[in-house]
Ligand binder design. Sequence first.
Ligand code: XUL
Ligand code: CO
Length: 431
Amino acid sequence: MSNTKITYEGPGSDNPLSFRWYDANKVVAGKTMQEHLRFACAYWHSFCGNGGDPFGEPTHLFSWNNTVDAVDRAKAKMDFAFDFMSNLSLPFFCFHDVDVVDFTNDVADNERRLQAITEHARQHMQSSGIQLLWGTANLFSHRRYMNGAATNPDFQVLAHAGAQVKAALDATISLGGQNYVFWGGREGYMSLLNTNMKREQEHMARFLHMAKDYARSHGFKGQFFIEPKPCEPSKHQYDYDCATVIGFLNQFGLQDDFSINIEVNHATLAGHTFQHELQVAADAGMLGSIDANRGDYQNGWDTDQFPNNVNELTEAMLVILEAGGFKGGGINFDAKIRRNSTDMEDLYHAHIGGMDTFARALLVADAVLQQSDYKAFRQQRYASFDSGNGKAFEEGKLGLEDLRNIAISDGEPKTLSGRQEYLENLINRFI
Ligand code: XUL
Ligand code: CO
């Protein structure tokens, strides 16, 4: 597969190794598809995920795993990764520190390893043109983080988290990374009986300020993203959903530097639709980036499957387009092929499917916005606030007694349909 360049062949193609909808340079709503979508490959799933699950050993066996030296092994993996991403014309990638090179318990040795692989990444980035959408530190896999990282009750664990974030920020900055992500998988608790929630959250805020101050003083101009998730692996995670994160950022003075990276399957685990979470973030001016995947309707955990539902993604693209796009971010495929998808072709099919589904959703959403009365209907629904007493209410010119008097003088409101089925049909009309 190493020289298989995937190209756009159009909807009529029967070639499974081609794009039917993603046409990178096609202009939609004033920008190319590539500029709108800013696709990124998630290093951890595509090049580290081995298909193992709690019940079974790895099924995805990579040749580089036989290389003994850690940095050489990491380089072999990276050579493959850039080949793969180039074949798919993926413009960005995202990584955790431990995805790109294996870590030990030795802080200084880990820094050395990360610097070595960062140099290798720089060469690949220069020759391929692929850029870093965001970097991050894995503060949840090592056993020392079992009680949290920045929220750990033991300061020495927090110090280790700081060392890792410093090194990951150094790598991100030196590679020209556009953003930096914090996903707090273990920043939460398993039992409130042993947890001081207030103190832990204050520690997290202090830690985030330290990271931000360090990065800013080392020239980092990008956005920091918090990635909400309600649970798993912790029973309760502090970054539960977008609304919770927005409250936290505002409470601790982090709102100017941080916005949100919204993951589809995390939204649904929180009991929300993905588009709900997008809208909450957009309304707060914090729609930073997205982790694209999908969950499974029949179970309640993070299955991280590749996106394939045009209808749902069209609702998401409507929010993204109306918000004016992402605040520095893009669409990172935080998704994995199934345990029994064991051929390299499967990884290609997965990304092609995800990219095509988003491209098609973009086209449909743009058509809904441009060619239907979707926008006009939504505006008209609130028309009673555009003039008269409704306008006076919005401007803060009425009191509660005024509402009472208007209720009497203007009588019983008309019954006004929300037209949900009509609007749902609009999406199908343009698919
Ligand atoms: C876990 C998850 C992470 C973050 C980065 O559910 O989504 O991979 O995206 O740490
Ligand atoms: Co994610």
